[in-house]
Write a protein that binds this ligand. Sequence first.
Ligand SMILES: [Fe+2]
Ligand SMILES: [Fe+2]
Length: 211
Amino acid sequence: MTAMLAAPDLDDLLPPGLLDFLPCATPDAWVDWALANPELLLIDHAQCEKKAAATAMSLLHRYVDQPLLLSRMCQLAREELLHFEQVIKLMEARGIVYRHIGASRYAEGLRRHVRGEEPHRLVDILLVGALIEARSCERFARLIPHLDAELAKFYRGLVKSEGRHYEDYLMLARQLAPEALDTRLAFFAEREAELITMPDTAFRFHSGVPA
Ligand SMILES: [Fe+2]
Ligand SMILES: [Fe+2]
C-alpha cells in the first residue's frame, strides 16, 4: 500500500500556511506504521484528544486574566472532549477495547523545553500547542486517503477543527508574546522535527518512524 497523498489534495484540506509552519512532512514510514496498527491508532488518538482538552483546561485555570485566551480555550476544550467522545464511540462500534497505553515521547519532548518564568512560559506553551495541533492536522490529512469511508469522513472533520486549533494557538502566541516569536518558534520547530523523524520503538499517533 502506498502512503502518498498528492500535494494538491493535502493542500486543499489544510489551513493555508500549515505545511510551511511545520518543519518537515510526516515520513511515509509513519503512515504505513499507522495503517498496520489501526487499533493503537484509535486508542492513542483518544488519549491525545483527552490530553488536548486537559491542556486547554489547565490554561483556563492558570491564565484567568486573559479574556481572549479564555474564550478560545473554552471552545477548544469543548471540541477536544467532543472528539474524544466521538473516538471512543467509534472504537466501541468496532469492538476495540479502550485500555491505558503509554504516551509517546512527543508532547513531553516538546514541553520539557517550556521556560519556567512568565510571560515566557505561556508563550512557549502556546507555541508547543500550535505545533502539536498542526502536526495532528497534517497526520489526519495524510491518513484520510487510506482509511475506510467512515473513518475518512470523521478525520476530514477533524482536519478542520485541529487546523483551527493550530491557528488559535499561534494567534494567541503572537498576541501575548512580549517579543518577536521567530527565534523561539525556530527552536521548537527544530525539536519537533527531531521527534518526528527519529526512530521510535512503539507506534503512537505522534511517534517518529519505526526503529
Ligand atoms: Fe481534537
Ligand atoms: Fe485540537
